[in-house]
Ligand binder design. Structure first.
Ligand SMILES: [Zn+2]
Length: 141
């Protein structure tokens, strides 16, 4: 189900909790909401739709074809190659803001089947994942 986006900075500034099987409907809602905003958005965290769980959805361009992916309780294990960039966010008003990211990140997460995955991402997909994990930690660009 497509959900309304949250813009309240106090709510968005809170840390999200570990995702469980009870949160799978929220994960589906997050994916629906992300794809509804596909023209302007490539990633979302669950708190952006009012759910304080560590769930992110993103357009993963690391494979042969772009694919929408959901990650439960994602965690960055390693980060290399810091650089400065600018990002926008649907939860924030105004234009892009400066931030620091890493070119390559190693991420551990669970799939919606609760299978653990560890994968290294680079480039734009890595950037999206870092932005969304920041949301899970209550960090806005
Ligand atoms: Zn954002």
């Amino acid at each position: 189900m497509i959900k309304e986006l949250v813009h309240d900075p106090i709510f968005l500034g809170g840390r999200s909790e570990t995702a469980s099987a009870a949160d799978l409907p929220s994960a589906a809602d997050l994916l629906d909401t992300l794809t509804a905003h596909r023209e302007t958005c490539v990633g979302m965290a669950a708190n952006m739709i009012g759910v304080r769980r560590r769930i992110i959805a993103l357009l993963d361009e690391s494979g042969r074809a772009p694919v929408y992916t959901v990650m439960l309780t994602p965690e960055i294990l390693r980060a290399d190659g810091e650089y400065e960039t600018e990002e926008g966010c649907l939860s924030l008003l105004g234009g892009p803001r400066k931030c620091r990211r890493y070119k390559s990140i190693k991420v551990r997460y669970q799939t919606v089947e609760f299978k653990e995955r560890i994968k290294t991402y680079t480039g734009f997909t890595a950037q999206i994942i870092q932005h969304e994990i920041d949301h899970c930690n209550g960090v806005l660009i």
